[in-house]
Structures are given as structure tokens and as C-alpha cells.
Design a protein around this ligand. Structure first.
Ligand SMILES: [Zn+2]
Length: 112
């Protein structure tokens, strides 16, 4: 198990496994956020955060919720508005540097 947390610690995630690969996505929002995504099934990630600890920005035809810590401003994860969706993404930059360093970086180019 690994952990990820925003800078102030208001948003924490426990994750079953470290990522083998992280994705640097070149889409309009991800390149501005500067995130590296690690994809998981929702069952693999346990989020600990107070209600309203994150700001939510809806994007991708209003289907994806991008969560940002309301206190320190770190983008923490995205989740689909449909909670049965098979995938969520954790910002791997919130993981320990050694965990991130061990993962391959996949470059995803997408003009969407
Ligand atoms: Zn924070």
C-alpha cells in the first residue's frame, strides 16, 4: 500500500499498489494542471477528506470531476460523475518521490 496526499494533508489517499506507469497527458486541462496521472479502479483507492475539502471542476463534457484541495491548491484526483465508472485517476505527484521515480512515464498526446 502507498499513500498520496496534498501539500497541507487535508486530502489523503491510500492506494493498494504503486503505479507501474504514470501518464503525462497533453490535453488542454492536464497540461495546465501539470499533473501525472496514475489510473486505478475505484476499489483500489480510499480517499480521506472532509466533506467540501476539495473544489470540483467539471470537464470533458461535464463527465469528469477534477478535484483540487480547497486549502493548498493541489490537484488531487479525478473521478467520473458516474460512480460506477471503472476508473479514477490519482495525481501521482502527490505520491512519495521514490514511488513516482520508479514508474514509467507514458506520454499521451490528445488534442481534445
Ligand atoms: Zn491541501
Amino acid at each position: 500500500m502507498i499513500e498520496a496526499s496534498c501539500h497541507c494533508g487535508a486530502v489523503r489517499m491510500e492506494i493498494d499498489t504503486p503505479p507501474d506507469e504514470v501518464t503525462r497527458c497533453d490535453c488542454t486541462i492536464c497540461r495546465k494542471l501539470g499533473v501525472l496521472w496514475a489510473y486505478y479502479s475505484p476499489q483500489q483507492v480510499r480517499l480521506t477528506a472532509a466533506r467540501n475539502a476539495t473544489l470540483v471542476y467539471l470537464w470533458n463534457r461535464m463527465a469528469l470531476e477534477f478535484h483540487t484541495c480547497r486549502t493548498c491548491g493541489c490537484t488531487t484526483h479525478w473521478a467520473h460523475v458516474d460512480r460506477n465508472y471503472h476508473r479514477i485517476a490519482v495525481n501521482a505527484r502527490l505520491m512519495e518521490p521514490a514511488v513516482l521515480a520508479a514508474a514509467r512515464v507514458h506520454e499521451l498526446t490528445d488534442t481534445d
